[in-house]
Design a protein. Structure first.
Length: 93
């Protein structure tokens, strides 16, 4: 069962946004108890929190493809064969 949301940041005032704010990833606030595995956040790269793991390590941009082996939460990664799409960072301070 999956849930699709477009949240990238939660600001100090509690505002939820799909915009990239470097110091305010939503996953830092997720307190479980379920562990969430997520992607589509290549700007931040690999994110590891107690109950949230961001697996987007930029494979499409020539980075790495990362997977999480369950139940032990072991991460494995391989290099991309090439850059498939030109990287464009969109973020706010």
């Amino acid at each position: 069962f999956g849930v699709k949301i477009l949240t990238r940041s939660i600001l100090p005032d509690g505002t939820v946004t799909s915009k990239f704010f470097n110091n305010w990833p939503w996953a830092r606030l997720w307190d479980g108890p379920q562990t969430v595995l997520f992607g589509h956040d290549a700007d931040r790269g690999l994110q590891q929190y107690e109950h949230a793991i961001g697996l987007d390590t930029g494979c499409v941009y020539g980075g790495r493809l990362t997977a999480c082996i369950l139940p032990e939460k072991r991460l494995v990664s391989v290099s991309a064969k090439r850059e498939y799409f030109q990287y464009r960072r969109k973020h706010f301070d």
